[in-house]
Design a binder for this molecule. Structure first.
Ligand SMILES: Cc1cc2nc3c(=O)[nH]c(=O)nc-3n(C[C@H](O)[C@H](O)[C@H](O)COP(=O)(O)OP(=O)(O)OC[C@H]3O[C@@H](n4cnc5c(N)ncnc54)[C@H](O)[C@@H]3O)c2cc1C
Length: 361
């Protein structure tokens, strides 16, 4: 049994993994450069499904199916441990054209998921368009800042040591083992290390991370403040999603921008997202805008994360590259990583998430 696991990166992936390992009896230290959950995991929209899931490879679907099945109990446990409601809501998603009906129905049929085509306005009279649409009643959402707050409290309750405002700057390693990570506050030794630094994971590995195909992909979201109940379901059309929260806030997102580590917001994105949202739901034209933000997703080819042990460094693990669906994938990723680290069997084949071949650290 491992005694001490050190996790680098306090986003939803690092936090969920820390909680899983601590629940399994490990001593866990979580190191975060800024405030816990202050990066992509905070900025995300909290939609708990791939957008048009039938377009994704099996490696994504297997992980998101597993995670979605875990979500209700995971949230129940978090709520009980923290007293915080992360607002997990199975509010459903209305998908407006264009969509591939045959592919959608085949995907739904294969997993017994209810997906039906209906008149969009029969479901949502406020829509400006009167098309047929796909109704995906089981799609859920969560409210990211609340999820992260619940995770923080659950971690503290489990005795996880959280070191915030502590950047990992390097590694003290032999060719086969990491002995410690270095920080400005000193070195931290552990039996195993999990790198979960999101878009920054590759940079932290230095030259040895050159083969890791993870890069930042900026996403921007705009926020409206409407009345509670004005919109009840998620609406999606052609890359744009609109998500209602319990208290009347409505999110519209998101952009996909290849601009490196630039987390800035742009006027063009604010105008484009709000215009496209109001084209679908005209009441948004009169709804005050309450916010606009950007985050850096850990982008990966085909949205397939790497969750694996280093090929030659026996106590170094990577869990990153969850790209557009890290919040969706978090509970399953955490279980998969804990199973790998603790030598327990995994319910899905973990080999598609292997570490790409690379030189030793
Ligand atoms: C606009 C937008 C919308 C999104 N919408 C959704 C959605 O609807 N559904 C969904 O499932 N996903 C969504 N995502 C994606 C999701 O947010 C990410 O996949 C997920 O947050 C990745 O989590 P992470 O923990 O890997 O990364 P992060 O949350 O970025 O966490 C990584 C952490 O590592 C820390 N770190 C970096 N370097 C160091 C260092 N040297 N030392 C210590 N710590 C370090 C960072 O400070 C950061 O807190 C969205 C993302 C964005 C930006």
């Amino acid at each position: 049994m491992l005694q001490h696991v050190c996790i680098i990166g306090g986003g939803v992936i690092g936090c969920a993994t820390a909680l899983e390992l601590a629940t399994a009896g490990c001593r866990v230290t979580l190191i975060e450069r800024g405030a816990l959950g202050g990066e992509s995991s905070w900025a995300g929209a909290g939609l708990l499904s791939p957008l048009l899931p039938w377009h994704y490879p099996d490696e994504v679907t297997r992980l998101t199916d597993w995670s979605r099945a875990l979500y209700p109990d995971w949230i129940g446990d978090l709520r009980a441990a923290s007293g915080v409601d992360p607002e997990y809501r199975a509010c459903g998603m209305l998908v407006l054209p264009p969509y591939d009906l045959a592919a959608a129905l085949a995907w739904a049929g294969a997993r017994g998921e209810p997906v039906q085509e209906l008149s969009a306005r029969s479901m949502l009279p406020a829509l400006a368009v009167d098309d047929f649409a796909l109704w995906m009643s089981q799609v859920a959402q969560v409210r990211n800042p609340r999820l992260l707050q619940a995770l923080r409290l659950a971690l503290l309750r489990r005795g996880v040591q959280i070191l915030e405002h502590t950047a990992v700057t390097g590694w003290r390693a032999t060719p086969t083992r990491i002995e410690a990570v270095t920080t400005a506050q000193g070195a931290i030794a552990a039996d195993a290390f999990v790198l979960a630094a999101g878009a920054w994971s590759r940079e932290l590995l230095g030259e040895q991370g050159a083969e890791i195909p993870i890069k930042p992909v900026r996403g921007q979201i705009v926020l409206f403040k409407s009345d509670p109940g004005r919109l009840r379901q998620i609406v999606y059309r052609d890359g744009l999603y609109i998500i209602p929260r319990d208290d009347g806030h409505i999110l519209a997102g998101s952009t996909l921008e290849d601009v490196g580590f630039d987390k800035g917001m742009t006027e063009a994105a604010r105008i484009d997202l709000s215009r496209r949202a109001a084209e679908l739901l005209p009441f948004l034209e009169q709804t005050p805008m309450a916010g606009h933000w950007a985050g850096l997703r850990p982008g990966s080819p085909d949205n397939i994360p790497i969750m694996a042990r280093h090929p030659s460094i026996e106590n170094l693990y990577l869990s990153s590259g969850h790209y557009r669906y890290g919040v969706t994938m978090a509970p399953a990723s955490a279980q998969l990583m804990a199973n790998l680290i603790l030598g327990r069997p995994n319910p899905i084949d973990a080999s598609p998430y292997r570490w790409p071949a690379l030189k030793s650290l």
